[in-house]
Ligand binder design. Sequence first.
Ligand code: GAR
Length: 206
Amino acid sequence: MKIAVFVSGGGTNLQAIIDNTKNGILQDVEITLVLSSSKDAYALERAANNGIKTAVVSKKDFASLEEWDETMVAEVEKSGAELVVLAGYLSLLGPEFVGKYSNRIINIHPALIPSFCGAGMYGIRPHQAALAKGVKVSGATVHFVNENYDDGPILLQKAVDVLPDDTPETLQKRIMKECEWQILPQAIRLIADGKVIIENNICYVR
Ligand code: GAR
């Protein structure tokens, strides 16, 4: 299966996918495009280091949202990707893109949705919010993407304990290592194997 991975920052989730295409559970998966919303994302270097084609498409470089949306569609069409994986991608996708790739876009979110998600809840913020609320478990979620932030059918979740001396940074790191870098490749595996079904906005693994 060919996939496109969308990024905005450091790209540790992209790295987890790359590593699995080489030595892990995704050896039949090809990353045909890494698309970044920012030219400064370190994820672009990770892609280049692995010979993966990259593109930078920033909303702010376009005269209209429609033009940006169309360019995003064109980039993915050109790549031949059957699945789009948002791996730390921080822009809200446009309506044309979401319509065109309906049920073929997944996102990793660093909290147990529906907690600590939605607009503005990205990066370190879900972890700050989790600690401020005093939750005893947190984790990560892979879900399908619709036109709203963190809102589509949930495919996989994994939890870890919140420890008494956690800071947002220690919690973030543990969730990345023990949850995100595990369940994002697993989700791609399940989709590549045709095991994922969505019915009435609920996702089932069969
Ligand atoms: C990850 O923790 C990812 O879950 C989060 O951004 C980080 C990106 O790290 N995504 C969101 O918050 C989306 N709402 P990475 O660039 O090292 O993969």
